[in-house]
Design a protein around this ligand. Structure first.
Ligand code: TRP
Length: 359
């Protein structure tokens, strides 16, 4: 079987380091592995509207930001199809048919949806569109017959919902039309959820604790130097803790053996640094400087590519337009298969006429 990837992001803000270690970096690796025949990367503007319907301008602005982030991290439009969700009307049509296959109770049980409802304080005024976004996400995935969906763990309930829809669809409509997808999680435990610079569980724009891929070297340095560490590590000589210490969590995510030779040859492994820190006698500033060098090294090629693409914004829109056209062709083929399976093909189904002809 052809291996196909589909994944995407809501354009509600610039992408940050959390997105990078949690998914973007992996996507580029998957793209460059050559193992996948088709790779679809979607800017999920329609999904973003499910909780930003009153702020379409924000969604519009961030389409370009996210596209630039994609291209800057090394997603190559010659290999990966980058497209905009709302322009593929087939997705909406699929969503409508899939709605029949999902109960309200099932949607209300979705753990991600549940926590988002709490976070947004919807209480009893939950917009129907928002509640249904897992169904639309199933349309996104199945429209491209994706078997692999690289996502963060918070998206697992969406993949499970998609699998249920696929099984039910194939069972009822009697054909192997849809493909059951699998989630592909980040392989590194720390990358599952990079905390914010303030030590809070997640990077989030509203908490102001993000390091953005588009941040300048100075901005990154400032953020790293004021990062949350160990509040009990007051003097350099004090023993420090590394659990819950954001600087060390980031080092776990980014540090590689060769970084020591390059930036900090007093140590030869992260374990050595950790030991010293725990023993006492190693100050936060030194560790932060090391982290800063590493993060900036990682971001440098990303900044360089962004600079190039920013010179040609029209070209970026052209990339999105071409990707969207390609995506539409694939989705419309799937939609046709779905409608055939559902017997919604009245005008190309000659049987409808012949079975009524007088014998
Ligand atoms: N829900 C995803 C997010 O919030 C975005 C998304 C929409 C998506 N459709 C998708 C991800 C399909 C993977 C597959 O980031």
């Amino acid at each position: 079987m052809e291996k196909t990837i589909l994944t995407g992001d809501r354009p509600t803000g610039r992408l940050h380091l959390g997105h990078y270690v949690g998914s973007l970096k992996r996507r580029v690796e998957l793209q460059n592995s050559g193992e996948y025949k088709n790779i679809f990367i979607m800017i999920a503007d329609a999904q973003a509207l499910t909780d930003n319907f009153d702020n379409p301008e924000k969604v519009r602005q961030n389409i370009l930001e996210v596209a630039l982030d994609y291209l800057s991290v090394g997603l190559d439009p010659k290999i990966s199809t980058l497209f905009i969700q709302s322009q593929i009307t087939e997705l909406t049509e699929l969503t409508f048919y899939y709605m029949n296959l999902v109960t309200l109770a099932r949607l209300q049980l979705n753990p991600t949806v549940k926590s988002e409802i709490q976070l947004r304080n919807f209480k009893t005024s939950i917009p129907v569109g928002f509640l249904c976004y897992p169904i639309s996400q199933a349309a996104d995935i199945t429209a491209f017959k994706a078997d692999t969906v690289p996502v963060g763990e918070d998206q697992l309930p969406m993949i499970e919902q998609t699998r249920e829809i696929v099984r039910k669809f194939n069972h009822i409509y009697g054909e192997e039309v849809l493909i059951e997808p699998k989630a592909l999680l980040p392989d590194n435990q720390v990358c599952m959820r990079l905390p914010g610079t303030d030590g809070k569980a997640k990077m989030s724009k509203s908490l102001g604790n993000c390091i953005y891929l588009s941040d300048t070297q100075e901005e990154v340095q400032k953020k790293i130097m004021s990062m949350y560490t160990d509040p009990t590590h007051l003097k350099v000589s004090d023993p420090g803790h590394i659990e819950g210490n954001t600087v060390f969590t980031y080092l776990d995510a980014f540090c590689r053996p060769e970084h020591f030779e390059k930036y900090w040859n007093e140590y030869s492994s992260l374990d050595e640094v950790k030991e010293h820190y725990q023993r006492g006698g190693l100050g936060d500033v030194k560790v932060k400087r090391f982290l800063n060098s590493i993060v900036n090294e990682e971001l440098e090629p990303i900044r360089a590519r962004r600079k190039e693409y920013e010179k040609d914004i029209e070209g970026v829109y052209e990339i999105l337009k071409e990707g969207t056209q390609r995506a539409k062709e694939v989705a419309s083929k799937t939609l046709m298969e779905v409608k055939n399976a559902m017997k919604l093909n009245y005008f190309d189904n000659k049987e409808l006429i012949t079975e009524r002809l007088p014998k």
